[in-house]
Design a protein. Structure first.
Length: 112
């Protein structure tokens, strides 16, 4: 969202021009804060990895079962491509869960 869209969004709230300017400056400063962006990205990454492992595992299981039931080579090849990716993502998730964090000590991952 750029500054113009934010300005239009702020028009719905009754702020004085000086308050709007101050708010836009604060938002611009927050967008430039790299440490905050890195922390927000870390939160987003913590959610995506477990979700991707679950989805890949479900897709792999479905393709494997359907490939075995129908003996369709395309499904078996899809399983052959999905399964290593699923194992790789699960390994990354396991490593992240067992690796101690620098700041929080040896706390387990929040999704455990």
């Amino acid at each position: 969202m750029d500054d113009w869209e934010m300005w239009d969004m702020h028009d719905k709230v009754r702020l004085s021009p000086s308050e709007r300017l101050a708010l836009l400056q604060i938002e611009a400063n927050l967008r430039q804060d790299r440490r905050l962006a890195r922390r927000m990205g870390a939160v987003r990454d913590r959610m995506w990895l477990p979700a991707s492992v679950l989805l890949l595992a479900a897709a792999s299981a479905f393709v494997a079962v359907m490939g075995i039931r129908t003996s369709e080579p395309a499904l078996l090849w899809c399983f052959a491509l999905l399964w290593p990716l699923t194992l790789f993502q699960a390994f990354r998730l396991l490593c992240r869960a067992t690796h101690p964090r620098h700041r929080s000590g040896t706390r387990p991952a929040p999704w455990l």
